[in-house]
Design a protein around this ligand. Structure first.
Ligand SMILES: [Zn+2]
Length: 161
């Protein structure tokens, strides 16, 4: 794997990042298609959740490897939420009737990858399963993952530029 220099990593070299799947994606932009990355800017990226609760489940992830929001510079935190705001359009045009947005912070908070903060945006449809019952289980659904990825990526280009 190629390791690219990332200025956002300054000060974090002493952390053991070798087992962080999100840092692997940060450092492998040439594999964005394989990793189902739909968007990148200078602060963050958006990726399809590999284990979606519903089709179109995306994650907004800062490049910076931190496990809790207060560790992020304020401008990066605000950047995450302004991208989240614009991402509503992506999910509504994808067909969502509603959206769950949230963060699980640290293992006890329910995070699947607790070492690297991420914001879930989860499309919801009238009549789908209650979100609470779906937490913690990856769900099988009858939509091809790659076709969802291609659609979301196009919509990200439209709404996020
Ligand atoms: Zn990381």
């Amino acid at each position: 794997m190629d390791i690219l220099y990332g200025p956002w990593r300054e000060g974090y070299f002493t952390d053991d990042l070798s087992d962080c799947v999100f840092c692997d994606i940060v450092n492998s932009p040439s594999s964005d298609n394989d990793n189902s990355v739909v968007f990148r800017n200078k602060d963050l990226f958006i990726v399809m959740n590999k284990y979606p609760y519903t089709p179109g489940h995306i994650l907004i992830i800062p490049y910076m490897h931190v496990d809790s929001p207060e560790k992020l510079p304020r401008n990066i935190w605000l950047s995450m939420f302004s991208i989240a705001q614009d991402s509503m359009n992506i999910l509504y045009e994808y067909g969502a009737h509603g959206i769950n947005m949230g963060m699980n912070i640290k293992s006890v908070g329910g995070a699947g990858i607790p070492q690297h903060l991420h914001l879930h945006l989860l499309p919801r449809w009238n009549g789908d399963t209650n979100f609470i019952t779906s937490i913690g289980n990856s769900r099988v659904y009858g939509v091809d993952f790659n076709s969802v990825y291609e659609k979301i990526k196009l919509l990200a280009k439209k709404y996020l530029g």
